[in-house]
Structure formats: structure tokens, C-alpha cells
Design a protein around this ligand. Structure first.
Ligand code: ZN
Ligand code: ZN
Length: 415
């Protein structure tokens, strides 16, 4: 029989790595709570049409990277490539967006999936923290969302953070920028990478954030959106910028920071960390006022971010050397006659809230102490023939090396 392995691009999170992931998830929940966000958990699987409508057929994600398959009933389903579309679907379906209601602030933690060639640090299943706020069109909530993201990254001790900010304008002012871009790139098609040549006609904004060096050189001199903003968009981004200053953040203007989808508008942001290599953003987000209505919901403005957790986990693991806390007690069974008493004592201690480990067979004192050491138990309860005869277990504190006796039939004696 051939050896069974995980599917290509899928990885286990081993028990050794769980403390790191818990730390990240705890920090996310703590900061979400402080910023008044509620958790939502949507299915990892949605109808393919949701992503085709919500992310856009012409994007790289939908064109190449979706994990899509037909189920036995013939329905086309997709493992979610990102969280926003599913959350928007959920809030519409559940009627969570009442007109005139108070802003709805949601966050989600969980796995996302992309069908792409696995490479170092990029798996087909990865994890994100995602935050979305609905029904608040103002600049302060944009700054609040960025404040949540920033607080989360700081809570994890991430250093060298930079906040990049841009405005993508709105359906009123963006077309003039788009026109200027198309005009600017006219005659330069041959200098562009094949992807950008293709994008030029339907999505010229995306040429600004292409990673190809020739494209970057051209993008550096391209017309910038800032100069085309209408007065409302100008006031909005100014308001965001001021509010960020109130939070102690110093955003850096980056006119090549874009989102390729039409429903993105006004605020776009990214956070970069020197700890993770300068060229890659840790997290990104922005305002997407047109998405809810594009997916059949009310005309509800929205803003949010997503942050990938794998690289954070890698960094924290390297840095902190986190390990799981050992049990309060390891019960060392040194004689077959001790099995019953040991089993009862273990149950009684667990019922009192202690973490207890044991191996259900008798072994030598040496092998049992080695085991207690390996799992970093705080104390060892030794139960051998002598202890059974006297009714007194030997308890050794592995930190202080102190040893004492306690009646093993009375769990209170171990508290
Ligand atoms: Zn505008
Ligand atoms: Zn390009």
C-alpha cells in the first residue's frame, strides 16, 4: 500500500505549533473585543457564483486561483479564497443590515484556499484574520479599522511597521484618472509584461501595482489618483489621515497602492513590516462601498482588512520559542497493582481542574521520570508497590525537587 500523505499544498499545524497559533488567535480576539467587533464564522465552502460576482471574473483569483469543483449534485462550489464575499453573503442573507441601523462590525478567523502551485511559505490552505464594518461611510471608521489591525500586529510584538495609504476615488472621479492612465500607457505597450498588456484595456489601475521591474518603472511616473480626487473624496482621505494621526500612526502616501476591483473606493491601505521583509505587505484593506449592493444587498458602505497569519506564525515561532505548558501532574505507575488507584486519582484530580497525564501501564521509575521530564510536568505522583501498601503516594515537585507523601485515595490532599 502506498504511503498516505496530505494533499498537495495542505499542511498540518502540529501540536508543537499550536501555542503560536493560539497566541495569534487570542491577540486577534482580544483586539477585536477592544475595538467592538463581533466574531462571525461563515462556511469555508460557498457557491462559485458568489466569488465570480463578489471578486470579479477578470481577477487573477477567479481566473486562475480558485479551488473550484462540482459536488455530486452537479453544483459548482468553491473553497473560499478570501473571507469578505462570504461575510457579505451572510449579512445580506441574515438581514443584518437594517437601514439606519448602527454600524455592523464583524471579524473572522479561519482557513482560506487558493489553487495555485505551492511554494515556500505559500500553501493552498492558509489562514487569515478578516475584519469588516458595514453601514458607516465616514473616515473615522476607516481609521478605527486600521487601528484594530495595527493594535493586533503590535500585540504580537511585530516591529518596523509602516502604514501605506492611498485613495482610489469614487465612481465620479475615478474615470478621469483611468483615462489619464490609458493615455499615459499608450505607445508603451511593448515595455509592459504580458499580464499588464492584457490588463491595460479592462483594468489599467492594476498596472500600478505590478511587481515586474519594467512595469514598476513606468508606474513610478504614471498619473496619480490624488490629483484627480473630487472634493468629497479629498475630504474623506484627509479625514482618515487626521484620525490616524490621533491614533499615533503616521501613514505614508503610496499612489501605486491600488485594488483592481470596481467596488473598491476611497481608502486603500497596507501594512508592511521590516520583520517580514520590506517588499511584502503583511496586511491590506480598504473601503468597498459598492460590494454589498453588487451582491444583491442594500446600498451599504463597507470597509475592512485581511491579514495572513502564516508568516506571523513563522516569525513568532522563530522569535519566542513558544511551547505548550506541561501538565500539573504526571502519574507514574510503577507496579501493576497501582493501575486502578492511579486511574481513580487521575480522574479525581481532573475533576478538580488539574491537568494530569499518565501512561496506563507499569514501568520503571527511571523511564517514568524521563517521561515526566519530557512532557514538562510540574509534579510527579509515584505509585508503586510500597505506596499501594501504605496508602501514601510519593509526590515530587520537579522544579524544587522537594518530595512529600499524600494519601492517594484523597484527592483533596493534592490541591
Ligand atoms: Zn470622488
Ligand atoms: Zn506588469
Amino acid at each position: 500500500m502506498s504511503r498516505l500523505t496530505a494533499a498537495r499544498g495542505f499542511k498540518d499545524i502540529s501540536p508543537q505549533d499550536i501555542p503560536t497559533w493560539r497566541l495569534i488567535e487570542d491577540a486577534a480576539r482580544k483586539m477585536a473585543g477592544l475595538h467592538d467587533f463581533q466574531e462571525i464564522r461563515t462556511p469555508i465552502l460557498e457557491r462559485t457564483s458568489l466569488f465570480a460576482r463578489g471578486i470579479g471574473d477578470a481577477t487573477d483569483i477567479v481566473e486562475k486561483e480558485m479551488y473550484t469543483f462540482a459536488d455530486k449534485g452537479g453544483d459548482s462550489l468553491t473553497l473560499r479564497p478570501e473571507a469578505t464575499a462570504g461575510i457579505v453573503r451572510a449579512v445580506i442573507e441574515r438581514g443584518m443590515l437594517e437601514s439606519g441601523g448602527r454600524p455592523l462590525k464583524l471579524f473572522a478567523l479561519g482557513p482560506m484556499f487558493r489553487y495555485e502551485r505551492p511554494q515556500m511559505g505559500r500553501q493552498r490552505q492558509f489562514h487569515q484574520l478578516d475584519a469588516e464594518v458595514f453601514q458607516d461611510p465616514g473616515p473615522l471608521v476607516d481609521a478605527e479599522v486600521i487601528g484594530f489591525l495595527w493594535a493586533f500586529l503590535r500585540e504580537l510584538g511585530l516591529g518596523g511597521l509602516t502604514l501605506s495609504l492611498n485613495s482610489l476615488g469614487c465612481p465620479q472621479c475615478r474615470p478621469r484618472h483611468r483615462e489619464a492612465l490609458v493615455k499615459y500607457y499608450q505607445g508603451e505597450e511593448k515595455a509592459l509584461c504580458p499580464d499588464c498588456q492584457r490588463r491595460l484595456s479592462h483594468n489599467p489601475l492594476r498596472l500600478l501595482d505590478c511587481k515586474n521591474s519594467d512595469c514598476r518603472a513606468l508606474a513610478g511616473k504614471a498619473p496619480v489618483m490624488k490629483e484627480f480626487l473630487c472634493p468629497e473624496c479629498g475630504a474623506h482621505i484627509e479625514g482618515v489621515s487626521l484620525a490616524l494621526t490621533d491614533l499615533g500612526l503616521a501613514p505614508v502616501w503610496d499612489s501605486t497602492l491600488v485594488r483592481g476591483l470596481d467596488y473598491y473606493c476611497r481608502t486603500a491601505f497596507e501594512v508592511l513590516s521590516g520583520d517580514l521583509g520590506a517588499q511584502n505587505a503583511v496586511a491590506g484593506g480598504g473601503r468597498y462601498d459598492g460590494l454589498v449592493s453588487a451582491l444583491g444587498g442594500p446600498d451599504a458602505p463597507a470597509v475592512g482588512f485581511a491579514v495572513g497569519l502564516e508568516r506571523l506564525a513563522l516569525l513568532l515561532k522563530e522569535r519566542a520559542g513558544l511551547s505548550a505548558a506541561g501538565p500539573d501532574y504526571y502519574v507514574a505507575i510503577l507496579d501493576p497493582a497501582a493501575l486502578g488507584p492511579a486511574f481513580r486519582l487521575t480522574g479525581a484530580l481532573r475533576a478538580r481542574g488539574f491537568t494530569v497525564a499518565a501512561d496506563w501501564e507499569a514501568g520503571s521509575l527511571k523511564s517514568r521520570l524521563r517521561r515526566a521530564d519530557k512532557i514538562a510536568a510540574k509534579k510527579v505522583i509515584m505509585l508503586g508497590a510500597d505506596e499501594i501498601a501504605s496508602g501514601q503516594a510519593t509526590v515530587r515537585d520537579l522544579l524544587t525537587k522537594e518530595q512529600a507523601s499524600a494519601p492517594f485515595a484523597d484527592p483533596e490532599a493534592f490541591a
